[in-house]
Design a binder for this molecule. Structure first.
Ligand code: CA
Length: 222
């Protein structure tokens, strides 16, 4: 999934970015509210982590304007303990959730996971696709009760496919969800991930078919 972190405290932002990258997500980082708006104009995000106190335009104004423009990107607000009222107002102006600084990274990740899941329309972190079980919170996949180890990127590629069953995805769409603006995948990266996934998912009810000249489509065996 693609996540935008808007936080001017660079050390904290980098720590958040590392955590999410380790989970296989792609990250972009904005330092000011104005930067954040530029990113939002260029790219669709699955989640935005938004600090309230920013140089220039603050997080509230960014959030308010997004919602006014009917931008429904899930927003997780970061707020300091001294700014207790911020939490209430953040929810009032359209934040989906908040965490209070200083926070435990596990809490941040759990809340982020819940929002990403909700965006994909799942109420639980575990989804079952025929004989294939996909567990987002444990980062595990199993086929017929056989556990399959997938590196983070492959896990995310599969997650993207499972969220788009029967829909053709172009390589560009997959790349957009997997990589931030700062890292560019090699031209064959997606082909490579798909090839590896196919091999590992042998016998699974979910299969990934190549649609010549267009991209890929994930299909469920009946
Ligand atoms: Ca700040």
């Amino acid at each position: 999934m693609r996540i935008l972190v808007v936080e001017d405290a660079v050390d904290l932002a980098e720590a958040i970015i590392r955590r999410f990258q380790r989970a296989g997500h792609s990250l972009d980082h904005a330092i000011t509210g104005e930067d954040a708006e530029e990113f939002l104009d260029l790219q669709q995000y699955d989640l935005m982590v938004l600090d309230i106190n920013l140089p220039g335009k603050d997080g509230f104004s960014v959030l308010k304007e997004m919602r006014k423009k009917k931008d429904t990107t899930p927003v997780l607000v970061l707020t300091a303990r001294s700014e207790i009222d911020d939490r209430v107002s953040a929810l009032d102006v359209g934040a989906d959730d908040y965490v209070v600084k200083p926070f435990d990274f596990r809490e941040l990740e759990a809340r982020a996971r819940a929002l990403l899941r909700r965006k994909q329309g799942y109420s639980s972190s575990v989804t079952v696709h025929g004989n294939t079980v996909f567990d987002r919170s444990k980062g595990m996949v199993s086929v017929d009760e056989r556990t399959i180890i997938l590196p983070n990127r492959e896990f995310r590629v599969l997650e993207i496919f499972l969220g788009n069953i029967d829909r053709i995805l172009t390589k560009e769409e997959i790349v957009e969800q997997l990589y931030g603006f700062d890292d560019s995948p090699g031209p064959n990266a997606i082909e490579l991930y798909v090839a590896r996934l196919r091999k590992k998912l042998e016998g699974a009810s979910v299969s990934i078919r190549t649609v010549r000249g267009m991209g890929y489509v994930a299909e469920l065996e009946n």
